[in-house]
Design a protein. Structure first.
Length: 222
């Protein structure tokens, strides 16, 4: 125990961006006691602050960033589950006439946070057993939802192994990393990454997948 007000227990912190995601996860978890689900707000800054605040109060063994996401065409279909092999801050860097320069290229740090592969494999195996379509790969974090095919193509050019994009993953992962707690991003796909068409977002379907995915968490994170 590193702080006198910390609780010593086996606990998992789940960070969402909006309350509809939290509610779907709580339905899936039913009354499992080992999980705390919080709503951080949208974007990396809100996600990092909320995660760091929770980690300062309670001792957690694992952090999950969970919610809905955009899926890259042919990589993660609407209604399926995406599990991160790495969490990537895709727009953290500098623009140049020679293309985007990542933090690594700028020698200013890392824009990627690794995930334990054993946990990825466990979640994917359990999801498949439950009939949830699932894929693993990099999940990108962006401050701006992709809204054109050109940007979607450019992102895939830079990150060929990307399967999905969200807006909070790297913020959650950075807070967890600084506290040396393993982190994973688990997202259900509500829409395609590409030309903006908010009407086509299948939020109900994605929340149903998120609920089903959450029902396997107690088995996977025990
Ligand atoms: O309107 C609703 O009922 C509703 C219910 C649940 C979630 C929402 C959101 O708008 C969540 C925003 C959240 O979703 C992620 N997201 C989803 N699709 C994308 C995308 O294509 N690119 C980036 N992020 C996406 C993101 O993490 C947002 O925080 C609404």
């Amino acid at each position: 125990m590193s702080g006198s007000n910390k609780v010593l227990n086996r606990r998992v912190l789940i960070v969402t961006s909006v309350s509809a995601e939290k509610e779907a996860i709580l339905r899936g978890l039913r009354n499992t006691n080992d999980f705390d689900v919080i709503v951080a707000g949208v974007g990396q800054a809100a996600a990092a602050v909320a995660t760091a605040t929770a980690l300062a109060k309670t001792q957690y063994n694992y952090v999950i960033n969970a919610g809905i996401a955009g899926g890259f065409e042919g990589k993660a279909e609407v209604g399926s589950l995406a599990v991160s092999t790495e969490v990537v801050a895709a727009d953290l860097g500098a623009e140049s006439y020679d293309g985007f320069l990542s933090l690594e290229e700028l020698k200013l740090g890392s824009s990627k946070i690794e995930v334990e592969q054993a946990m990825v494999t466990r979640i994917c195996a359990e999801a498949m057993e439950q009939g949830i379509p699932v894929q693993e790969g990099a999940i990108l974090t962006l401050s701006t939802v992709t809204g054109t095919q050109e940007t979607a193509n450019y992102l895939l050019e830079r990150f060929p192994h990307a399967i999905a994009e969200g807006m909070e993953g790297f913020g959650v992962a950075e807070a967890a990393k600084q506290t040396q707690i393993p982190v994973i991003e688990v997202r259900s796909i509500s829409n395609k990454v590409g030309p903006r068409d908010r009407e086509s977002w299948r939020i109900k379907e994605a929340l149903a997948t998120l609920e089903k995915a959450s029902s396997i968490f107690s088995e996977v994170f025990k």
